[in-house]
Ligand binder design. Structure first.
Ligand SMILES: C[S@@+](CC[C@H](N)C(=O)[O-])C[C@H]1O[C@@H](n2cnc3c(N)ncnc32)[C@H](O)[C@@H]1O
Length: 233
């Protein structure tokens, strides 16, 4: 038996290990957000091609009848792909709030869309909050980058939902559960179907359906996603 194993149940050793674990996790979390807090050219945010939000809006509109009373929250708007398509389609809403980690992207979006009842705000969806409740949540191509997984964000959003809310969040199309940092430091978290159901349920959501959706043509082919459609329990 090694010396470390012999003492591993001592309270002081347990405490040191716990502190070490917390510090390592905090560093990994910071690392996972470094890219997103910064700035980059728009196509890099969507598989090196500019895309529209058309296929997603087809799906959203199939599940929700958008009205002027809707208070929409978008998470991680990037270069405004979903919002631009919403305007082109003349989607009705009462307010549209988009929370984005990158201040540079928020500044650009606010300058491009200086519209009443539309707010682009810098924040982290894991802890950002607002005094208003939302009844629609949209999020594309973002939750796979949340470290170590999307629980904190789902719980934080849940606290800000009206009881009749519709939540649309898409994920990497995957049959397995995987997590890793890419060479450029991008954190990737893939969820299996069953894992998504378990996490959403544990965070207080009922999943209405999980649908496949092709977002568009990326540099390496069609981008296929799982879109989770959920409601708060
Ligand atoms: C891959 S891009 C996708 C952009 C956009 N949703 C789209 O599909 O075109 C991910 C976006 O989410 C933002 N983001 C990442 N983590 C976030 C967080 N914790 N809170 C808010 N925004 C975040 C990034 O800054 C980036 O703009």
């Amino acid at each position: 038996m090694s010396i470390i194993h012999r003492f591993e149940n001592f309270p002081i050793i347990k405490l040191v290990k716990q502190k070490w674990h917390l510090r390592t996790e905090a560093r990994a979390h910071q690392r996972s957000q470094r890219r997103w807090r910064s700035d980059e050219i728009a196509p890099h945010l969507t598989w090196d091609r500019m895309m529209t939000g058309d296929s997603l809006w087809n799906l959203y509109q199939g599940h929700h009848d958008f009205q002027v009373r809707d208070r929409i929250l978008e998470v991680g708007p990037g270069y405004g792909r979903l919002f631009r398509t919403a305007l082109q389609r003349k989607i009705s809403f009462g307010s549209y709030t988009a929370v984005e980690l990158s201040q540079a992207r928020v500044d650009r979006l606010a300058a491009e869309f200086p519209l009443e009842s539309v707010l682009f705000v810098q924040g982290d969806i894991e802890n950002w909050s607002n005094e208003r409740f939302f009844n629609v949540v949209l999020c594309s191509s973002t939750f796979e980058h949340l470290y170590p997984d999307c629980r904190r964000a789902l719980q934080n959003i849940h606290r800000q939902l009206s009881s009749d809310a519709a939540v649309f969040i898409d994920f990497i199309y995957s049959t397995e559960s995987l997590r890793y940092f890419e060479a450029d430091e991008t954190y990737i978290r893939m969820y299996s179907h069953d894992e998504l159901i378990a996490i959403f349920n544990a965070c207080g959501y009922a999943i209405a359906t999980i649908e496949e959706c092709i977002l568009g043509e990326g540099n390496y082919g069609p981008v296929k996603r799982y879109v989770v459609v959920a409601t708060p329990i």
